[in-house]
Design a protein around this ligand. Sequence first.
Ligand SMILES: [Zn+2]
Length: 335
Amino acid sequence: MKNNNIILIITIVFSLGLGSSCIDQKKEDKKVTTPKDAVKNQGVTNRDTIRRCHTMNVLEKHLAKTPDLRSRMEKIEEKCQDFIKLRRQGKIKDTDTITIPTIVHVIYSDENDNISTDQIQSQMDVLNKDFSKTNTDIDQIPEEFLTLSADSKIQFELDSIIRVPTTRKTWGTDDQMKFSSNGGSDVIDSSRYLNIWICTIGGGILGYAQFPGDSAATDGIVITPQYFGTEGNVKAPFDKGRTTTHEVGHWLNLRHIWGDGNCSKDDFVADTPFSDTPNYGCPQYPIVHCNSNDMTMNYMDYVDDACMHLFTDGQMERMRAVFTEGGFREGFIKE
Ligand SMILES: [Zn+2]
């Protein structure tokens, strides 16, 4: 377990170099564990059943093509750290439940992928449980991490469903599905709605999200239909709605729990242990990396849906920071 004070300082220092820590880390890391290596090391051999999230790949591409994105994200990070500091000092009262109106765009070429309203509602139910710490599998959290499990007091309300038939089979990760001019569906006011696009991404990719700070025209998350919700057209082992919980975590400024790099790379959260690799499948506790037990059961790791159960207090603070006055998502709490 980390010393919180030391790690908070480290986190702030890291935060000020956010851009470089995101995009240059592959150059800096002598030992980058690829998903393929990690899967091999952990004895998971069936590559159809590993979690693949492309959020960081998409971020790298966006940073390369958008000159001021890095500085925008650095400012958000500074504001986030200020919010956390003031909140801990009791100078910010931040206890109200935040409700996120959600628009689901269903883009389908196959009637099976025109997922039902019940399937969509089953996903909303999972989000509301996971973000309020009322998920029933919470009893599987090891004692070491149990007290860190947080109720974020963030809730989600289905506003509307937009259904768009298409002849296109797969969409990739370059945001084409977010534009009607490409046969997709245009974003609806991303300052006041969470936009979720359901379409087949392809390449075994379950989903991807866009971080706070990036373009309003593409803001939201994308999920392949079989990994959305808990009933209807869903596919194990990602049939418990946790792909969307994970991607909404990114949308609310959370990083992967291992910091997408070696032991020196942080996820900017003080109460999560350092690690240098994602975990896959359903690992038996304890799994040790970087001299501490991995929090494999965190929603921001890569384990199967049935094996992830918590956000921590530190993650909850990061997520709530984006809604603060002047925060990137403050539009959600304005009248
Ligand atoms: Zn991810």
